[in-house]
Design a protein around this ligand. Structure first.
Ligand code: ZN
Length: 289
């Protein structure tokens, strides 16, 4: 049995039971939601989509890789900052057969700054730092590898703190033609250290570093479930510990300038598996901005 194929082009989704991302909201295109995939979200680089697989689906893959289905057949997928332009979902049915859906992932225009000089020379590598960094990265990777049954991925995210967005996700400097690494999160500054921030969605604390990491400073990581995780960098303190269950809106820490930071701010990054995502696409524009 081969179920219907839907195709989409030009950044929009078309087909039965499909929801299309439009601005910060999603627009329903109509049709039978049980006959096909339903998707809602931000179908663009750095964005995400929550969906529901067709009734009877037992396995799902996104661009050739297995994606977990919740018991109610809902799922989460997300699109890296440098994602290609096409997404494909393939659902397989317990009784045989499959259903395939394709959609466009629209490109973004990132904030790029050309610097007519080479990168500023960093400190020469030193063995002690290299050893310390190796341990830090191992801890971060172990936290990322955790896979809790948290349900935050289903929720509408909220800002962890209100303030000035002092750094945008994806922004990149190009030094004399050589691209530097892009900014992996959103920076929010309140002008002071110690401002409390809250969990943007439900989750489990995967890492709460009591000592400052070299670059990240005091780092807090939250697993929102289904491979989606938040990291909060440069904190001055944490209000939760590893393994704690946190609820959306719960006070979890205070802004600081620990690690490599030029001033107090909260760096909030979001990842789905290895894909780096734009927090702005989860929360919308900063209120009052
Ligand atoms: Zn940052």
């Amino acid at each position: 049995m081969k179920r219907r194929l839907f195709l989409a082009a030009g950044g929009a989704l078309a087909g039965a039971g499909i929801l299309r991302a439009s601005g910060w909201a999603a627009e329903r295109l109509g049709g039978d939601p049980l006959a096909d995939f339903a998707l809602t979200g931000q179908l663009t680089q750095g964005g995400w989509a929550r969906g529901k697989a067709p009734l009877g689906a037992s396995r799902l893959a996104f661009n050739g890789r297995a994606v977990r289905l919740a018991p109610d057949l809902t799922f989460l997928i997300a699109f890296d900052r440098d994602s290609g332009p096409r997404g494909e979902l393939l659902a397989e049915f317990a009784g045989g057969g499959s259903s395939r859906g394709q959609f466009a992932i629209s490109p973004r225009r990132w904030q790029i700054e050309h610097i007519p000089l080479g990168p500023r020379p960093g400190t020469p590598p030193n063995a002690e730092y290299a050893r310390r960094r190796e341990g830090e990265l191992a801890r971060i990777n172990a936290a990322r590898a955790q896979d809790h049954a948290a349900e935050g991925w289903r929720q509408k995210f909220i800002y962890p703190v209100y303030g000035r967005i002092s750094g945008r996700f994806g922004a990149q400097r190009i030094y004399n033609g050589t691209p530097g690494s892009y900014h992996s999160g959103m920076d929010i500054a309140t002008g002071t250290s110690g401002t409390p921030f809250v969990a943007p969605a439900d989750g489990i604390v995967a890492l709460a570093g009591e000592n400052a990491f070299s670059l990240e400073g005091r780092l807090l990581m939250i697993d929102h479930g289904m491979g989606l995780g938040s990291a909060f960098l440069h904190c001055s303190s944490h209000a939760v510990k590893e393994g704690d269950i946190v609820r959306k809106g719960q006070f979890i820490g205070r802004i600081g300038a620990t690690g490599r930071a030029t001033g107090p701010h909260l760096h909030w990054s979001l990842k789905w598996r290895e894909s780096r995502l734009d927090p702005l696409l989860f929360v919308g524009a900063m209120p009052g901005a």
